[in-house]
Design a protein around this ligand. Structure first.
Ligand code: SAM
Length: 212
């Protein structure tokens, strides 16, 4: 999901070919997409009235599910074509989308109850991830929570090689075990780490500061 051909002429990390990505996502999840992303909504504990931010939302599949479970959901993505596709497919009602960078969210402090992000972290340059987590912390209300789901590379030489060839280095070498300590450094209390599927590593953490 990080291969150059998906990027075109776009900001670093962005995926430009939004329609191909939506198709690719359906194929990769082969009938499990609803169940797996529904599990993310459950793990993030999104409930009625929650305001949710989806960082690196792509075509907005998770954003739309979150909007259905919560009160309002906003998807942010650095790729203009991805946001156009998300708007075309999924905007409306309590679901909206805007172009933006995870490292510099154009959103007010303490304006969301939940931040989710799936399969986007490995696109953000490693040196910028701490800034992205600090931004997620900033836009969350005290008592809010974050759920980061990202690709867990398979173990073993052949599998590693195949992932590298198909998807590029960022996925082959993705250090998902660093997510929890980095969230801790950003001020979050890590609540749970979950293996959602063989390839999806998920960390839930809470912004407990300020809550009595
Ligand atoms: C593999 S897609 C995941 C999309 C969606 N979250 C999903 O689970 O299907 C990664 C997305 O992250 C976006 N992205 C990459 N770097 C970003 C950044 N710095 N800030 C916001 N979005 C970014 C890409 O444009 C792409 O749409």
């Amino acid at each position: 999901m990080h291969k150059a051909r998906l990027h075109g002429n776009a900001p670093s990390g962005a995926i430009s070919h939004a329609r191909s990505y939506e198709f690719f996502s359906k194929v990769v999840f082969t009938g499990t997409r609803r169940r797996i992303f529904g599990r993310l909504v459950d793990l993030a504990d999104i409930g009625a009235g929650d305001e949710v931010l989806d960082v690196g939302c792509g075509p907005g599949y998770l954003t739309a599910l979150a909007a259905r479970a919560g009160g309002r959901a906003v998807g942010v993505d650095v790729s203009e074509p991805m946001i156009a596709e998300a708007r075309r497919r999924r905007a409306g009602g309590n679901c909206s989308f805007q172009v933006g960078r995870a490292e510099a969210l154009d959103l007010p402090d303490a304006s969301f109850d939940v931040v989710v992000s799936s399969l986007a972290l490995h696109h953000i340059p490693e040196q910028s991830r701490a800034t992205a987590f600090a931004e997620m912390f900033r836009v969350l209300r005290p008592g809010g929570r974050v759920l980061i789901a990202d690709f867990r590379p398979p173990k073993g030489h052949l599998a590693t090689h195949l992932v590298g060839a198909a998807a590029g280095e960022a996925m082959r070498d993705n250090p998902v075990e660093r997510i929890a300590p980095m969230l801790g450094d950003a001020g979050f209390d890590v609540a749970a780490t979950t293996k959602v599927s063989w390839f999806l590593h998920c960390v839930r953490a809470d912004k407990t500061g300020g809550v009595e």
